[in-house]
Write a protein that binds this ligand. Structure first.
Ligand code: HSE
Length: 437
């Protein structure tokens, strides 16, 4: 083991930065052994120097002077633990231009500006590692980028937003309403500062973009595929899904369909006996299918201080021993391949769960079946419960009607839905959730 320490700087002391500082100080001997030399934290850059910290750092390390990091020739590696797009992008580029290798956990930055960041790093002979940007503590970037190198990945199906999975689990298991559970997810620290991107599917979509780029060599903008969050889901649909033998999960999917890339992030019914359906609470799971290895499941904590810090420190060790530099320079990612075309959303084939509130009178079911049938959508099962009484005295009696369809295209389903919307016998809500295949 060398005596000369590897000098690093941390930028950002939020949840992840705190965890990283904790591992590097509490486990200094173990990390030094694995890195081949001691790791010395040279500077910790924060916005508010005076703020109290839950991890003890040697005096004088904490600063708000970013310029000093760029200028310090002794700092080899910087742990870039800054969220958002700006100033995170500018900081990243300045670090690379100052001769630093960079470990980042910022998925939004790589999703939006990854090609620029990686191109610049390559031009400058620098390395960027980003295991912590997707699925927290799960080593999914290494799995796709290295361990599955013999395979063509044909499918990624993933639960990659812990906040949404926590909320759905509580709604399923304790019948708690959405808003209550969201507040708890925020208290527990799973959700981002602004949880909108967690619950509207954006966070999962950004992670899917990074995984797909690695697996399929194709960069798809986050706005190019269907993205629906869990923020409109209602308890009756989760209850019905359970009755049909399913769980509702926020599923991020990217798969190869005859040379085209199918991508979407949507609440989806998953068969209750599948590993993805059994992934509970804030846990993440990524199911990968490779043409040689078959299906693999990677599961664990996808967020939080120590799991995410675990991935950051692993990247740091890889850089210290020179593995990350080799991987980065040879990974055939972010390069301009002939990109795969995106399968149009209307051509995606799935089964569907449908729920309507219908008037309880003759021919209503026949009208619905007729519309579905004319769009070539076959009904697999139907549940209609008996009505108790009219919501408005003297008004029409309505009953919930739940239909599971056989496979059809999204386009046929949308066309049928536009006709169903015009049926006077159907009252809101009209719910449509795809079923995983
Ligand atoms: N807020 C994210 C989640 C964790 O709930 O999964 C960071 O990506």
């Amino acid at each position: 083991m060398q005596d000369v320490p590897l000098r690093v700087a941390l930028i950002g002391m939020g949840t992840v930065g705190t965890g990283v500082a904790r591992i590097l100080t509490d486990q200094a001997e173990r990390i030094a052994r694995r890195a081949g030399r001691p790791i010395e934290i040279r500077r910790v850059v924060v916005q508010h120097v005076e703020k109290s910290r839950s991890v003890a750092l040697p005096n004088g390390l904490i600063t708000d002077d970013l310029e000093a990091v760029y200028a310090d020739k002794d700092i080899d590696i910087v742990l870039h633990l800054v969220g958002g797009l700006e100033p995170a992008r500018t900081i990243m580029l300045r670090l690379l231009e100052s001769g630093k290798d960079v470990v980042t956990a910022n998925k939004a930055l790589l999703c939006e500006h990854g090609d620029e960041v990686f191109r610049r790093a390559r031009e400058l002979g620098r390395t960027v590692a980003y295991e912590a940007a997707v699925a927290g503590g799960i080593p999914i970037i290494a799995a796709i980028g290295q361990s599955m190198a013999a395979n063509q990945i044909t499918s990624i199906q993933a639960i990659i937003n812990g906040t949404s999975n926590f909320i759905l689990t509580e709604m399923h298991e304790k019948a708690r309403p959405y808003a209550d559970v969201l507040a708890e997810a925020q208290r527990l620290g799973y959700a981002e500062a602004d949880p909108t991107m967690d619950v509207d599917g954006t966070d999962a979509a950004q992670k899917l973009v990074l995984l797909s780029q690695l697996a399929f060599g194709t960069k798809v903008p986050v706005t190019a595929f269907q993205r629906t969050g869990i923020d409109k889901l209602e308890l009756p649909d989760l209850r019905n899904a359970t009755e049909f033998g399913y769980r509702v999960k926020l599923l991020a999917t990217a798969r190869l369909i005859q040379g085209q890339l199918e991508m979407h992030v949507q609440p989806t019914l998953v068969k209750a006996n599948q590993p993805l359906a059994k992934t509970s609470g804030a846990f993440n799971m990524v199911e990968l299918t490779g043409d040689a290895v078959g299906r693999l499941w990677y599961s664990g904590a996808g967020a939080g201080e120590m799991p995410t810090a675990s991935a950051v420190v692993a990247d740091l060790i890889d850089m210290a021993v020179g593995r990350a530099q080799l991987t980065f320079s040879r990974l055939d990612i972010w390069r301009e391949h002939a990109p795969l075309p995106l399968l149009p959303a209307t051509e995606v084939r799935r089964r569907f769960y449908l729920r309507f509130n219908v008037e309880d009178r003759p021919h209503v079911l026949a009208d619905i079946a007729d519309i579905l049938g004319r769009h070539n959508i076959s009904i697999a099962s139907v549940i209609q419960k008996e009505a108790e009484s009219a919501a408005i005295p003297g008004g029409p009696v309505t009953v919930p009607l739940v239909i599971m369809t056989h496979e059809s295209t999204e386009g046929a389903m949308r066309d049928a839905d536009a006709e169903l919307e015009r049926l006077k016998s159907i009252r809101p809500p009209r719910v449509r959730i795809p079923v995983a295949s």
